[in-house]
Design a protein around this ligand. Structure first.
Ligand code: ADP
Ligand code: MG
Length: 295
């Protein structure tokens, strides 16, 4: 027997390296007319590297102590930035102390108790709220100006240092943006929790002009809902825990599989298993072709 077009399209998508979870999803992929992409782990490879270590003057910590504390708190986290911090500590041969009371807030950062003290690691704009730290603000501004994601480290509520982290743009990111624009007839949006400067730099590199930065997970949802309310069918592509609500709110949600969080993979309608972003427009095109064959 010949396979129904949508089923053979699913098999075909699988050969492209994309797991499409159902025939309904296979059909919906071809209907999208707007696209929103996450930055870290989606347009970038999601293998960020630690590039700078800036203990604040007067904090009393060395570069090594700053990194070791951050790594201890980040150790249980599955966020790509957390992995950069932990890997850098391991590379330097630092001892990563056990952490208790670990808690992660998507789009913000983590907190944990390390050696009886509270360590917070995360987005400077979120952790510095209501706090006067000119030294921290200056270090953050300098790193962000250089296109880094700045990560603040606080000990018992007091900022002690800033880490700089950088990630490579996926080699197929710009081509994917172009292909998705052509397929949908709309300019893709960038939705990121990262800082506006790092977001603008990345967006320029991949050809995105509609940039929304410093977003919390619910802000990503709002951006998607606004598009949907304007009559669009939005394709959301993301990887993080912070993307899960937007993936759920989207007409169709696609998660990046390799670095993707379990929550994103479960929530998404399809998963990119081969870790190539360009498979997404390919699968949208496959859906269009299959739908044209459905009678
Ligand atoms: P994106 O939307 O680009 O994937 P996220 O929403 O995951 O980014 O994170 C937004 C920001 O929150 C990061 O740029 C970082 O500053 C901060 N953040 C979130 N989780 C962590 C973490 N585990 N360690 C350090 N920073 C974090
Ligand atoms: Mg991400």
């Amino acid at each position: 027997a010949t396979m129904p077009p949508l089923l053979s399209a699913i098999a075909n998508a699988g050969r492209h390296g994309v797991l499409v979870k159902s025939a309904v999803v296979m059909e919906r992929l071809g209907q999208v007319d707007a696209v929103a992409l996450d930055k870290t782990g989606t347009l970038t490879e999601g293998i960020p590297q630690l590039t700078e270590l800036r203990p604040l003057t007067g904090s009393g910590v060395t570069e090594g102590e700053l990194l070791a504390l951050a790594a201890a708190a980040e150790h249980p986290s599955e966020h790509p930035l957390a992995r950069a911090v932990v890997d850098a500590a391991r590379t330097r041969g630092l001892t990563i102390a056990p952490a208790r009371d670990f808690a992660a807030t998507p789009g913000v950062g983590v907190t944990a108790t390390v050696g009886g003290r509270t360590v917070a690691v995360g987005a400077p704009a979120r952790l510095l709220v209501g706090r006067q730290s000119a030294a921290a603000a200056a270090a953050v501004a300098e790193l962000e100006q250089a296109g880094r994601s700045a990560v603040l480290v606080a000990l018992d509520g007091v900022p002690i240092g800033v880490l700089g982290v950088a990630d490579r743009v996926r080699p197929d990111a710009a081509a994917t943006v172009t292909a998705l624009s052509a397929l949908t007839g709309a300019a893709p949006m960038l939705l990121t929790g990262d800082n506006p400067r790092a977001a603008a730099q990345l967006a320029a590199e991949v050809g995105i002009t509609d940039v929304r930065a410093a977003l919390l997970p619910q802000d990503k949802v709002r951006a998607v809902r606004e598009q949907e309310a304007a009559g669009h069918k939005v394709l959301v592509i993301g990887d993080g825990v912070n993307d899960a609500p937007a993936l759920a709110a989207a007409h169709t949600g696609v998660a990046m599989g390799r670095a993707g969080s379990d929550l994103a993979l479960e929530t998404a309608d399809a998963v990119v298993v081969r870790d190539e972003l360009a498979t997404v427009p390919a699968v949208v095109a496959l859906s269009r072709r299959a739908r044209s064959l459905v009678v």
